[in-house]
Design a protein around this ligand. Structure first.
Ligand code: SAM
Length: 453
């Protein structure tokens, strides 16, 4: 199958592949970039992403270096349906006037009364972290602070096989496939990391399957439509040979008997028993439950089934904002002068709007010593090569910058901690199922014993 941009993103964005449009820290938009050139939805440019920062035809986002800043191309509805050629001509005129975009040469950055001033976005490679914050929610999901700790505790490493149930919205699935990824499987190559995911809700199962396919993960994630309480964890009758298990189920204790090494009590005596666990390794499991009643029930059944080192942990997540505190900034924003870095993008956009309309504002900001340092550092450093002279063409956006636009001049470095711990997510119950020892293994281990017999 296709190679997943989650695992091997390469250096640039690709057509028909997932990318994340970064509007702001808390506003990320997953997009499969379409290279269709024909008219789509009335736009001559093909598919277009419309945001409050302007509109971005997919074609302007394809083959960009990951992390690139891309300026809006279309801003007003007047450009709908216009022929691409006309737009290119317009772009050429804009460029010759120095009004084009610094980061996407040749792109139109229309101005004038019908085409309001535009902003920009950044285009990021998909990672489990950004996917978790931008994915379509079908259920409650596991968030990064929890899954990073869980994957560490269940010792998910490249080459391992992990069982997860239920798949839900696939947040944990994406994090776990990266953890166990050890390259794409070649023919007859079974010793690769893989995720065995189980979901009993039919609609969610189909959505998961489609997502796994769209994300190039079909070789590495096997999604099964299954009620694991009643039907366990085998895939096509075979054992996944899992070393790691993650359960995010309403009643995990009902699934636990299927995760034994030997036939669970109460199972049909004649039916053959195959354990989904790898027998020659210790198995590490985590069960994720929001209520303490679920935890006590799970722990009770774990004890009966021979799980060991049972322990419960809760991750209490607090966000710490690190920022530069700006004092006495003469900036026309309605938020006062203490801008956090997250307001900077907005401030820049605002600056650009005001600047294009007001000559007076332009003059004032050019004479300011430090107050105009509030531009993104990319622009500032690009525009200010070692001698402090703006590099030709490097900053065509006309955002006023001075040679003093250095990070340490952007204010005192401070941090603010969120006053409250984030609300409770879930309790994490960890447990270990020791390796099974055969007599041969015992003998072999004894023969290697450093003290000899
Ligand atoms: N861990 C997921 C994520 O990060 O996106 C969220 C899982 S969601 C909270 C729980 C899922 O378990 C639901 O999608 C539900 O349909 C599924 N489920 C419930 N009972 C199940 C069962 N007996 N077998 C398989 N899946 C089940």
């Amino acid at each position: 199958g296709a190679i997943s941009p989650f695992l091997e993103p390469g250096n640039r964005t690709n057509a028909n592949s997932l990318a994340i449009v970064h509007l702001s820290r808390d506003n990320l938009m997953p997009v499969i970039l379409q290279d269709s050139k024909g008219e789509v939805d009335g736009y001559a440019e093909g598919s277009v992403i419309n945001t409050r920062f302007g509109s971005f035809p997919h074609t302007t986002l394809i083959n960009q270096p990951w992390g690139a800043q891309v300026r809006a191309s279309i801003v007003d509805t007047g450009s709908r349906g216009r022929k691409k050629k006309e737009q290119d001509q317009e772009a050429a005129v804009e460029d010759s006037e120095g009004a084009g975009s610094a980061t996407t040469p040749g792109q139109a950055t229309p101005k004038g009364p019908e085409t309001a001033s535009s902003g920009f976005i950044h285009i990021l490679p998909p990672t489990p972290e950004v996917w978790t914050t931008s994915l379509p929610h079908r259920t409650q999901v596991v968030y990064t602070p929890d899954y990073s700790y869980i994957l560490h505790r269940i010792r998910a490493r490249p080459g391992m096989r992990i069982i997860e149930a239920g798949a839900g919205s696939g947040s944990f699935t994406h994090a776990s496939v990266r953890a166990v990824y050890s390259g794409y499987p070649k023919a007859d190559d079974d010793a690769r990391g893989k995720v065995y995911s189980f979901e009993f809700n039919e609609d969610r199962f189909h959505k998961m399957e489609a997502e796994v396919e769209a994300h190039g993960l079909t070789d590495l994630v096997k999604v099964s439509h299954r009620d694991v309480y009643n039907n366990g964890f085998l895939v096509d009758g075979k054992s996944p040979e899992a070393e790691c298990v993650f359960l995010d189920l309403p009643a995990p204790w009902k699934a636990l008997p299927h995760l034994s090494r030997s036939k669970p009590a109460g199972a049909e005596q004649d039916a053959p028993w195959v354990s989904p666990l790898r027998s020659d390794r210790t198995v590490h499991l985590c069960s994720f439950s929001p209520c303490i009643e679920q935890v006590t029930k799970t722990v009770e059944v774990m004890r009966q089934l021979g799980w060991m080192q049972i322990e419960m942990v809760e991750v209490s997540h607090k966000r710490v904002n690190v920022m530069r505190e700006r004092v006495g900034l003469d900036m026309p924003t309605d938020r006062g002068s203490n801008l956090s870095p997250y307001d900077v993008g907005e401030a820049i956009q605002r600056l650009r709007e005001v600047e294009s309309k007001s000559k007076e504002f332009h003059e004032r900001t050019q004479v300011a010593e430090n107050g105009d340092a509030d531009v993104d550092m990319d622009d500032a450093s690009e525009a200010h090569k070692s001698n402090g002279t703006p590099a030709k063409g490097a900053n065509e956006s006309k955002v006023p910058v001075t040679s003093s636009a250095k990070p340490y001049m952007m204010g005192r470095l401070i941090h603010r901690t969120e006053p409250e711990i984030k609300t409770h997510t879930s309790y994490l119950v960890f447990a270990v199922m020791p390796q099974e020892w055969t007599e041969e293994q015992e003998a072999a281990a004894f023969a290697q014993w450093p003290c000899g017999q």
